[in-house]
Design a protein around this ligand. Sequence first.
Ligand SMILES: NC(=O)c1ccc[n+]([C@@H]2O[C@H](COP(=O)([O-])OP(=O)(O)OC[C@H]3O[C@@H](n4cnc5c(N)ncnc54)[C@H](OP(=O)(O)O)[C@@H]3O)[C@@H](O)[C@H]2O)c1
Length: 178
Amino acid sequence: MTTGHVFIGTSLDGFIARRNHDIAWLTDYPTQGEDHGFAAHMAGVDAVVMGRGTYATIKDMRPWPYDKPVVVLSRSLAQTDVPAELADKVEIMQASPAVAMDRFAGRGWTRVYVDGGNVIQSFLRAGLIEDLVISRIPVLIGEGISLFGALDADVALEHLHSKAFDSGLVQSTYRVKR
Ligand SMILES: NC(=O)c1ccc[n+]([C@@H]2O[C@H](COP(=O)([O-])OP(=O)(O)OC[C@H]3O[C@@H](n4cnc5c(N)ncnc54)[C@H](OP(=O)(O)O)[C@@H]3O)[C@@H](O)[C@H]2O)c1
């Protein structure tokens, strides 16, 4: 079985991007050379699964930022929309979270990095997230795209640990209770 793992930055008021998808408040935040565990997180997953919205904001990045396979969940994109230079790195998949995870398991992937607001929410609703590492940036942006949203039932979390970085960023790790 494949497990889903979230590693994400939010504003203190719980947003992952402004409505217009701007994340400069996050990417320009002075981190003092600290990667906040991102490289270790990437080393611990077999692949990244993200939503079309997140893919739209990173698809033009060069060099390509991922050294693991990236699966983009989308009903509106086709594989032919992926530029040739990313064709062996990015796969467009039309699937529910459960079906996607079954396919990943069939490939021998045991841990996937789940990214993108909507996609994280749908994987949470489907009970497919094992843990979340949430890094809070000390800024209020007032409105934007929320990390969390509507649920069919409460999701109880176990707080594993929190760490305050010199940069002012506070990172908390939670495990989803079963
Ligand atoms: N702060 C951070 O660390 C961080 C991390 C990641 C992303 N972001 C930001 O978050 C924004 C994107 O978040 P988002 O919530 O708009 O989008 P998202 O979760 O990245 O993408 C949502 C889209 O994915 C497609 N999709 C396919 N299957 C889905 C499923 N099972 N569940 C949900 N969506 C599915 C749908 O597009 P179709 O219409 O094509 O089906 C849906 O509209 C961007 O601005 C990005 O920069 C921030």
